[in-house]
Design a protein around this ligand. Structure first.
Ligand SMILES: Cc1cc2nc3c(=O)[nH]c(=O)nc-3n(C[C@H](O)[C@H](O)[C@H](O)COP(=O)(O)OP(=O)(O)OC[C@H]3O[C@@H](n4cnc5c(N)ncnc54)[C@H](O)[C@@H]3O)c2cc1C
Length: 451
């Protein structure tokens, strides 16, 4: 059985692991990624000061070391390879392409300089090649981060860490240089709904109280007007409220930078200043309304305030990119699927032998570990559906490499990646960090060319 997996993030690697562990069938997995480097958001999203989480890649290395696994980096589906190519060369296809597009606020002024989607900011500090030239101007003193998830917390924390805290991480060198000179002193994390509805995990929230030179500030007024009865609150809600309460009770300390957590406000307009960049954010105060289905909605009260900030980072979610030939669900903004089986979004008929895992299947929900079970669940469908499929004769396994070479693609193997990995780790020794990332694909390819 030959399977193509597109995307080398956690969901792709966990799907590969489940496929390669099959005992009823010998499965050959070819994994493609548009970047020369594997691991998706573990490399390009997870915050650099969370090195322990990035250590999960050791498990993926073990999967990659299996004899029936091949990695093809620097190959983009939709550009270097088409869905039809995949259908010709493989029995089954798994899309594991994540959520690489960001959701927009949809308010006036959103395009103004220094209103920068969190995707860009995060990609920039993590050395993602797409964002290495992003213009991140930290000459401003106050920043608003819009959103109430861990991504908002990550962005705020990186803005507020000291250079000494960041140096020892694998943050991109270009970002470290800009952050060293940062003038940012206050960050506001803004939530549309209340503290009970925030999707922060408690560990990330708690960490905000442990920064070297920045401290969380929660005005006591932010924690009134809770809507969920105490007995009905989830464990995470209880823990988060306790942490927020402890922040609210802290006397204002002496740390030089402040992180304000604010709830029940929706941005209505990005205000443009005399330098043509962000100078403020108009916010409408919200109230909460319990819906018949038990969900909690925010409703605008008409009360408007202007928050003086020089930069806005919207962190309100992601959606899957559209890839030519891959069915797309416009409503959910993911690859059209039913429980991981790809479907035609109009007829709802299953597209045979095509599957989707990870964020491309569900949208941006779930931590890295959650993909292990979720990808195995989809692989179970592949096993059920794939009876007899392996008998279909396919082109020679080398044919896909010849096809890519004919297209002029410099394919990066897993061994090539290991060489880049060694170079990055060696460069990191200079600043006593785990690695100093290479952020330019051309440079990566030229290093491999020299070898
Ligand atoms: C900022 C941020 C911080 C996070 N921090 C944590 C954390 O601390 N702990 C935690 O557990 N989880 C964290 N997460 C969540 C975690 O990263 C995700 O759950 C997980 O990465 C999703 O895995 P995935 O495989 O679906 O997608 P991804 O990890 O996004 O992988 C998708 C892969 O597909 C590739 N790709 C995309 N399009 C194509 C194409 N056309 N052709 C070829 N390849 C393509 C991409 O290059 C990428 O490598 C964080 C997420 C974000 C955004």
């Amino acid at each position: 059985m030959r399977v193509a997996i597109i995307g080398s993030g956690p969901s792709g690697f966990y799907a590969a692991e489940a496929l390669l562990k099959r005992t009823d069938e010998v499965v050959h997995v070819d994994m493609f990624d548009r970047l020369p480097t594997p691991y998706g958001l573990v490399r390009g999203g997870v915050a650099p000061d969370h090195q322990n989480i990035k250590a999960v890649t050791r498990i993926y290395e073990k999967t990659a070391a299996r004899p029936t696994f091949r990695f093809f980096g620097n190959v983009r589906l939709g550009k270097d390879l088409t869905v039809d190519d995949l259908r010709r060369h493989y029995h089954q296809i798994v899309y594991a392409v994540g959520n690489e597009a960001d959701r927009r606020l949809g308010i006036p002024g959103e395009g103004v300089p220094r209103c920068t989607p969190a995707t860009v900011f995060i990609g920039w500090y993590n050395g993602h090649p797409d964002y290495r030239h992003a213009k991140i101007d930290l000459s401003v003193s106050r920043v608003a981060v819009v959103g109430n998830g861990n991504v908002a917390i990550d962005a705020a924390r990186i803005l507020l860490r000291t250079p000494a805290e960041l140096e020892k991480t694998d943050i991109a060198a270009h970002a470290l240089e800009v952050l060293r000179k940062s003038q940012v002193r206050e960050v506001f994390i803004l939530g549309r709904r209340g503290p009970e509805q925030a999707s922060f995990t408690s560990v990330e929230l708690e960490e905000l109280g442990e920064m070297e030179d920045a401290e969380p500030v929660v005005a006591p007024g932010e924690l009134v007007g809770l809507i969920i009865p105490e007995a009905a609150r989830s464990k995470q809600q209880q823990k988060n409220l306790k942490i927020l309460q402890s922040f609210a009770e802290r006397p204002l300390g002496t740390k030089s930078k402040k992180l304000h957590l604010r709830f029940l406000v929706s941005p209505t307009e990005v205000i443009c200043g005399p330098d043509d960049g962000v100078s403020g954010l108009k916010l409408e105060k919200n109230r909460l309304e319990m819906q018949a289905d038990g969900t909690v909605a925010a409703r605008g009260t008409g009360e408007i305030e202007a928050l003086e900030v020089g930069m806005v980072l919207p962190a309100i979610g992601f959606s899957a990119e559209r890839i030519s030939g891959v069915p797309y669900d416009e409503k959910k903004r993911v690859i059209a699927n039913e429980d991981g089986r790809v479907i035609d979004p109009v007829s709802h008929l299953t597209i045979p032998n095509e599957y989707v895992v990870g964020w491309a299947r569900t949208g941006p929900q779930g931590l890295i570990g959650s993909h292990k079970g979720a990808s195995a669940h989809v692989v179970a469908h592949m096993v059920t559906d794939g009876t007899g499929l392996a008998e279909k004769v396919l082109p020679d396994p080398e044919a896909i490499i010849n096809l890519l070479h004919k297209q002029g693609v410099q394919v990066v193997s897993f061994n090539d990646w290991k060489q880049l990995d060694d170079v990055e780790v060696a460069r990191g020794v200079r600043r006593e960090s785990p690695r100093d990332k290479i952020v330019d694909v051309e440079i990566m390819l030229s290093i491999l060319g020299q070898h």
